[in-house]
Ligand binder design. Sequence first.
Ligand SMILES: NC(=O)C1=CN([C@@H]2O[C@H](COP(=O)(O)OP(=O)(O)OC[C@H]3O[C@@H](n4cnc5c(N)ncnc54)[C@H](O)[C@@H]3O)[C@@H](O)[C@H]2O)C=CC1
Ligand SMILES: O=C(O)[C@@H]1CCC=N1
Length: 266
Amino acid sequence: MNKLTIIGSGNIGFSLAKGLVSTGYYRPEEIVLTRRSIAALEEERSLGFGTSSNNKEAIQGAEIIVLSVLPQQIKKVMEEISGSLSKGQLVVSVASGVSCQDVKAILGEDCTVVRAMPNTAIAIGQSMTCIATDNAPADAIAKVERIFESVGSVVVINEDLMTSATALCACGIAFFLRAIRAASQGGVEIGFHAHDALKMAVQTAKGAADLLLQTNNHPESEIDKVTSPKGCTIAGLNEMEHNGFSSAFIKGIKLSALKAGGLYNE
Ligand SMILES: NC(=O)C1=CN([C@@H]2O[C@H](COP(=O)(O)OP(=O)(O)OC[C@H]3O[C@@H](n4cnc5c(N)ncnc54)[C@H](O)[C@@H]3O)[C@@H](O)[C@H]2O)C=CC1
Ligand SMILES: O=C(O)[C@@H]1CCC=N1
């Protein structure tokens, strides 16, 4: 019997499966991944995962079913598997903008549903995952927490904050990646070859994040240590702020959150 069926082996579904195997939480044969076309699951098969293009069959015997298709695709998937779920199966949805109630409206009011919002760093065990539910029992939440803790950090939040979590953490990884790219582009302009500039920008970003993680300090208190009076750091920082750096980041996060909330009914 497989323990976990992931419906939708795309960016997040496949990354989740690989992350859970690389940390030893599951063995590949305990996970079944589905897509509409079995031919598209060749890589999954080569890694030892179970594969299927039949969602109804794939959920049979699964302890946990992860819905990892796009918000625009999830209604069709839920209608397909509705009626084939067994009592006691736990449904975890990672779809943005799809509430527990949206899921239960199709899968049944007695279905146990937990939402999870990971990010793509799940593939290397470094996800920031937010978890929420409307009324799943504590043991179901704890089970989902354990799974996602094996592939990163977890925060349990109120369901009404899930679209905010989507913007800050799931979309957020793209925002920080773009910031790293911008830094490396600046580095090229001031004299470094592209590969060196990128390596320097990446390690500097990692150092900044680790400083905060390990000290629990506020970013501004770490910034104060870098900004010598009349120095070059404050000159650069202020130039960025005059050009709207913080404002652009904040506005981007707000727009992402707004968009995330409307994806299901688009
Ligand atoms: N990509 C990301 O960083 C994150 C995505 N999410 C959410 O996760 C969900 C999946 O996103 P991605 O993995 O990026 O999308 P994706 O498009 O890469 O993956 C979706 C997968 O579902 C498959 N699929 C579509 N219809 C299917 C069906 N009827 N049966 C089986 N498989 C089917 C597609 O072939 C595809 O492989 C979305 O709802 C998204 O909002 C959540 C957190 C982060
Ligand atoms: O862009 C998106 O809609 C998905 C959801 C969160 C991250 N990627």
